[in-house]
Design a binder for this molecule. Structure first.
Ligand code: CA
Length: 236
């Protein structure tokens, strides 16, 4: 039996706080909570939670600042809860080191999916590399990282080197949103032009080869104004 994972929730609205806590507890997690950033930061340091759910709009400190403070000492997953619709804020949170975000109002199943993905990623990142991590599987798609082969329904699909790099990065981070800037700097290097036209061209080509209907993708989703999210790896 795995010991229960402990999650820390930092959220100043009591109603939302109670709702999230009830949901997480009924899904088998231990939850501690804070109604402001100061308490949240001290609980984060003293309790060493497995994951933090963080509201961006807190009374005593900007949520982005909370992320930076936590990232100065720890690598635990952080999921941002944002009521704000501005993409810029979400991108800023992701670039400051948040792993993912959910936008209020959100459904229970969406929140639980984000939590599971973030927890799994943090566990698989720390040691215990299985041979399974050499492959990404979703639906009919298989990416074999060792052999550099991508198949759909067992048939090899050819991708350019750039397309393969994009696919590898997204699939290694499957389930998680990757910002345009982080994808561009990963694929083309840190000094690449942050204009994402060339990324969009490559993504269109990837989707043409990958998706049954590129206008209604099954594997790689666009998060408008933010980046891309590849569907979760089933092979874990
Ligand atoms: Ca708030």
């Amino acid at each position: 039996m795995n010991p229960k994972k402990q999650l820390l929730l930092i959220e100043d609205e009591r109603n939302i706080c109670n709702f999230i806590m009830t949901t997480l507890k009924s899904n088998g997690y231990k939850v501690i909570s804070a109604l402001n950033a100061e308490t949240g930061l001290s609980l984060a340091a003293s309790q060493c939670p497995d994951l933090i759910l963080l509201d961006l709009g807190l009374p005593d400190m900007d949520g982005i600042e909370v992320i930076r403070k936590i990232r100065s000492w720890g690598n635990l997953p952080i999921i941002v809860i944002s009521a704000r619709t501005q993409e810029r804020e979400k991108v800023e949170a992701l670039d400051a080191g948040a792993d993912d975000y959910i936008t209020k109002p959100f459904g229970t199943s969406e929140m639980m999916a984000r939590v599971r993905t973030a927890l799994r990623r943090s566990t698989s990142g720390s040691g215990q590399r299985s041979s399974d991590q050499n492959r990404y599987i979703a639906g009919n798609l298989v990416i074999d990282y060792e052999k550099h082969i991508i198949t759909i329904d067992g048939e090899i699909i050819h991708f350019t080197q750039i397309e393969y790099k994009i696919l590898t990065y997204l699939s290694r981070n499957a389930g998680r949103v990757i910002t345009y800037d982080s994808l561009i700097s990963h694929v083309w290097g840190p000094f690449a032009d942050s204009n994402n036209r060339i990324l969009r061209v490559n993504m269109a080509n990837i989707r043409r080869k990958l998706e049954n209907n590129p206008a209604d993708p099954q594997y790689i989703f666009t998060e408008i104004g933010i980046g891309y999210r590849m569907i979760d790896n089933e092979n874990q």
